[in-house]
Each structure stands twice: as C-alpha cells, then as structure tokens.
Design a protein around this ligand. Structure first.
Ligand SMILES: Nc1ncnc2c1ncn2[C@@H]1O[C@H](COP(=O)(O)OP(=O)(O)O)[C@@H](O)[C@H]1O
Ligand SMILES: [Mg+2]
Length: 142
C-alpha cells in the first residue's frame, strides 16, 4: 500500500491511524522504518507513539540506540535507532527481551539490522517526493 503525504501533519495523521490498528494486536508487533535522513521516520514515530496512548515524550538524541517507553501492564514500546549499529550490537543490548510479550517495537534504519528482525516485521518506507513537503509512504509486510 502506498500513500502520499504532503505535510508533516499528514504523515502524523497516517501514523496515528496505523497506531490504532497496531494497538489491537494480540502479539508482538515490529515496525521497520526505512528512509534517508529527513524522510520523516522520527516524525512518523512520534505521532505513532502518541497514537498508541503513550504520554512519554519521544526525543531522538542520536546517541540513544534503544529506548523503552512503558505503555501498560501487557506491553512496552521500544524505539530503536539503528543508524550506528549492527545486528550484533542490538543483540548485545538485549534485543531478545525487547522482542517478547505484546511489545511494540519501532526501528529506524531497520534495513541495517534486518537479520535480527522477525519475518513478520511491517516494513514502512518513507521517500522524498517531487516537492519539499511531499513524501511517499509505502507499507508492506514480507
Ligand atoms: N510530508 C512530510 N512528512 C514528514 N516530514 C516532513 C514532511 N514534509 C516535510 N517534513 C519535514 O522533514 C523532516 C523530517 O525529519 P525526521 O522526521 O527527523 O526524519 P528522519 O527521522 O527520517 O531523519 C522534518 O523537519 C519535517 O518537518
Ligand atoms: Mg530520525
């Protein structure tokens, strides 16, 4: 499925809709975000986490690789920035623990750590469009 967003607000709205769906899931959900710098990965993730009902503020200081945002008794949200790491590094940071329960795991630069992401990861690609604020958002499960 491919959508066109023409503003950060539209990207945020798409993220919230998807978050509502993911919230209904009864098992682990992993979302792999792919897209170059400035494509809108963090914009998407911030709105997504808010859409899940989290009150936590999503900052993205680049030196943080893995952050846990507790959501409720059944699940935690994890925000991973894989820009500077390899699959092995994530395993060392405790990825096994992350990928359990009904957790919701959001991974920026996911293609870099594809090896350690589950088969049913939802892949979300963000690409620059033809003008400054245009982005193509493609979702596919493979
Ligand atoms: N349609 C859009 N969707 C998302 N971000 C957009 C859009 N149009 C412009 N932008 C801008 O692009 C930048 C995206 O930054 P960010 O979300 O941090 O990207 P990334 O995490 O992929 O590097 C922000 O400054 C945002 O305001
Ligand atoms: Mg980012």
């Amino acid at each position: 499925m491919r959508m066109i967003s023409n503003s950060p607000r539209t990207t945020a709205a798409i993220a919230r809709v998807l978050a509502k769906e993911v919230f209904k899931a009864k098992s682990l959900v992993v979302l792999g975000l792919v897209g170059e710098l400035g494509a809108g990965k963090t914009t998407f993730i911030k709105a997504f986490i808010k859409g899940l009902g989290s009150k936590k503020k999503v900052t993205s200081p680049t030196f943080i690789i893995l952050r846990r945002l507790p959501l409720n008794a059944k699940r935690d949200i994890y925000h991973i920035d894989a820009y500077r790491v390899k699959s092995k590094d994530l395993l060392q940071l405790g990825l096994k623990e992350v990928m359990t329960r009904r957790n919701i795991v959001l991974v920026e630069w996911a293609e870099r750590v594809k090896k350690v992401l589950p088969k049913n990861t939802i892949w979300l690609k963000l690409e620059h469009g033809n003008n400054k604020n245009e982005r193509y958002i493609t979702i596919n499960r493979r």
